[in-house]
Write a protein that binds this ligand. Sequence first.
Ligand SMILES: NC(=O)c1ccc[n+]([C@@H]2O[C@H](COP(=O)([O-])OP(=O)(O)OC[C@H]3O[C@@H](n4cnc5c(N)ncnc54)[C@H](OP(=O)(O)O)[C@@H]3O)[C@@H](O)[C@H]2O)c1
Length: 318
Amino acid sequence: MELPYQKIFVTGHRGMVGSAFCRLLARKHPHIQVITAPREQLDLTRESDVRAFLEANRPDAIVFAASRVGGIIANATYPVEFLSENVQMAIATITAAYELGVKRFLYLGSTCIYPRMAPQPIREEYLLTSPLEETNEAYALAKIVGLKLCQYYRKQYGVLFHSAMPTNLYGTGDNYHPNHSHVIPGLIRRFHEAKINGAETISIWGTGKPRREFLYVDDLADALLHLISIHNPPDWVNVGSSTDISILELANLVARTIGYQGQILTDPSKPDGTPRKLTDTSLMQATGWTPTIELGEGLKLAYEDFLTGLSNGNLRSQ
Ligand SMILES: NC(=O)c1ccc[n+]([C@@H]2O[C@H](COP(=O)([O-])OP(=O)(O)OC[C@H]3O[C@@H](n4cnc5c(N)ncnc54)[C@H](OP(=O)(O)O)[C@@H]3O)[C@@H](O)[C@H]2O)c1
């Protein structure tokens, strides 16, 4: 696949998604110049700085993987920052990109943009059909602003600005914080520690019955590359694996991957959350893309990455 770009600016290049995309570009398109800027050098919420940076570097495409992200507690404690910083970053970068003639803009959101009670599997057209999940409303609203601004620029000015909405991600560069991590890195860390400590039982939150969908981050990177290479991408599109698994099945799979042989207990006194969250990926499939890393293989890769981070002393856990 040839890409008609000489310089691609990847925002959030130190994050899980941005770094996966940079790795893939370096491997598949080594002739493309990848532009990056650490947050200390360029705070994307500062409109004039973003404009000056784009003017100086002149990328012809931007993949927008920067975001203020966080779990339920962070979202509940700092809704002002989750809304305002994410909206500011999106408006500053999308606006400057248009004004400076950037040919292609791919904005990253997440499936939290869809209504709390969206029918399953979730289709793109369910956006804005009923209320959002309250616990991450501020973040979701900001992401909706980003995707809508891209859609409006495309409609009003004919530029190829569009968005991708990934499902739950895991894999290389994940965050293994003991309390603030997502489900897969959280399970990897806990099962690994249980194995090392010889714990006979391990308890997982809730009944274990809720079903969730997961995508390896390198598959997402491949999907992003595909999306910026096609001529008429959807305004926004779900990127997922289109298969779900119960949390208890997932815990068993993680245990097998890690070699933990103790017993897995559930804790029904803890809340389960939504019973099922699965994206409909037929629109993405219709563009000609499907994922290739199935969950069992992805968990092995993720565990290898965890062990490497642990032995090098640079495991991400903030
Ligand atoms: N992880 C998932 O499971 C998941 C699932 C669905 C969608 N997504 C979406 O994918 C995107 C990237 O997520 P991620 O998991 O890669 O997040 P991440 O690992 O936390 O990376 C986010 C990046 O954004 C940068 N950033 C934040 N605020 C900034 C600012 N004001 N100026 C410049 N850079 C800033 C951070 O810079 P520093 O390195 O300096 O902190 C970091 O590199 C987000 O839109 C997220 O919603 C993620």
